[in-house]
Design a protein around this ligand. Structure first.
Ligand SMILES: [Zn+2]
Length: 390
């Protein structure tokens, strides 16, 4: 799909580009009769000749330049960074282009360098472009942050933000906050806890919804045995971003257990389950309840929750609870289990397209997704590694 798009773009770009080249060529000198543009020419070595021809036309208007930029991008996306660099460098060497075009070119060249792994050169150009304005500045800022992220150079991101070189934008704020959190985790490795707190504070100032800053501080308190402080931080994390539960659930359970506050844990998890319907929170809550001696009540509740919201994860937890606490299900409970299991199985895909991977619950001769004929076969789930710990 993607390669088809690039191919089309390339074809369109070159076809129209050829039109321009032809027009310009005709203005200066008659075209050579043996030069016929086609796809083979475009994709073969001879295409370089065509490219040189575009590049050497005496005057490029905005449309022609735009097409050349598109062609450059297509080359880059095809993995031909060298040719893209050559194209952009040749254009960049021209003296007749207006300033905004030069900046657009510089940006393309910087992206080429980044693709080709010439990161120092890419960085230098992106930094230059940070002083420009508008879309080019914004794109350069995004690309530069991405480059530093790839390199793990978090300090550079914080510096750019400090120097007000980055656009004020939610995604940038999130990235800056994560850069600060990355550095906070490094500070923790070096036992520099003061620095850790400073960096977390900074992350939260940039992005008040950065739950990770609370998680990092909670993790520190957790390993230092300051359990109430850890719980406070984890609660704040989930306050600022509900999704953070996936990072806080396990350490939270551990903190409450160490504090021997199973009632508190149960209340918290129960509330969380009602608010978010995050299945592991329910499972942890019922496990807690069962441990406190009321295994059969926990099983009844899980059965009831599974009836309204059936899930494999919940069903697995049910079997675990029953086995671990040596419980037995009565006949009516078994009927409920049967009903739950049937609904889970019914919602599972039974057929899969061998061409595009589309999963279906009914058989089709023609794949509803990729429209291929006779490509649907039976779906065989990959059996996961057994991990029943009892
Ligand atoms: Zn398909």
């Amino acid at each position: 799909m993607d390669s088809a798009l690039v191919y089309l773009l390339l074809l369109a770009g070159v076809a129209i580009g050829w039109g321009f080249g032809y027009r310009f060529a005709r203005q200066s000198k008659p075209p050579e009769p043996d030069w016929i543009p086609n796809v083979e020419l475009l994709l073969a070595e001879a295409n370089d000749v065509a490219l040189e021809r575009f590049l050497n036309v005496p005057q490029l208007d905005d449309d022609a330049l735009d097409l050349l930029l598109k062609l450059g991008r297509s080359l880059r996306e095809k993995g031909e960074a060298d040719r893209a660099i050559h194209l952009h460098q040749s254009l960049f060497a021209r003296t007749d282009l207006p300033k905004h075009s030069m900046q657009a070119l510089e940006l393309e060249l910087a992206v080429d360098y980044a693709h080709a792994g010439l990161l120092d050169r890419a960085e230098r150009l992106f930094l230059e472009l940070l002083d420009s304005k508008g879309r080019v500045q914004e794109k350069a800022a995004f690309a530069l942050v991405e480059l530093y992220e790839e390199e793990g150079d978090w300090q550079q991101i914080l510096d750019l933000h400090q120097r007000k070189k980055l656009p004020s934008d939610d995604t940038i704020a999130r990235r800056v906050a994560h850069a600060a959190c990355e550095m906070a985790e490094q500070a923790r490795q070096q036992d520099d806890f003061l620095e850790l707190h400073k960096l977390c504070k900074r992350a939260l100032k940039v992005d008040p919804h950065c739950a990770r800053a609370w998680v990092v501080q909670g993790d520190l308190a957790h390993v230092q045995g300051e359990l109430r402080e850890a719980v406070r931080c984890y609660l704040r994390a989930v306050d600022v971003d509900g999704q953070a539960i996936i990072h806080t659930l396990e350490p939270m359970v551990d903190c409450f257990r160490q504090l021997q506050d199973l009632d508190g844990l149960e209340r918290y998890l129960g509330q969380h389950w009602r608010d978010t319907h995050y299945v592991p929170a329910l499972i942890a809550q019922l496990e807690c309840e069962a441990e406190q001696g009321d295994a059969s009540a926990a099983i009844s509740q899980l059965l009831q929750e599974l009836t309204t919201q059936p899930s494999n994860q919940g069903f697995f937890a049910l079997v675990e609870l029953v086995m671990r606490h040596r419980q037995q299900l009565d006949k009516s409970q078994l009927l409920v289990v049967y009903g739950i299991l049937r609904r889970i199985v019914e919602s599972e895909p039974r057929f899969v397209c061998n061409h595009c991977g589309f999963k279906a619950t009914e058989p089709h001769w023609r794949c509803p997704s990729c429209k291929s004929w006779s490509t649907l076969g039976s779906f065989v789930p990959q059996p996961p590694v057994a991990r029943l710990k009892l």
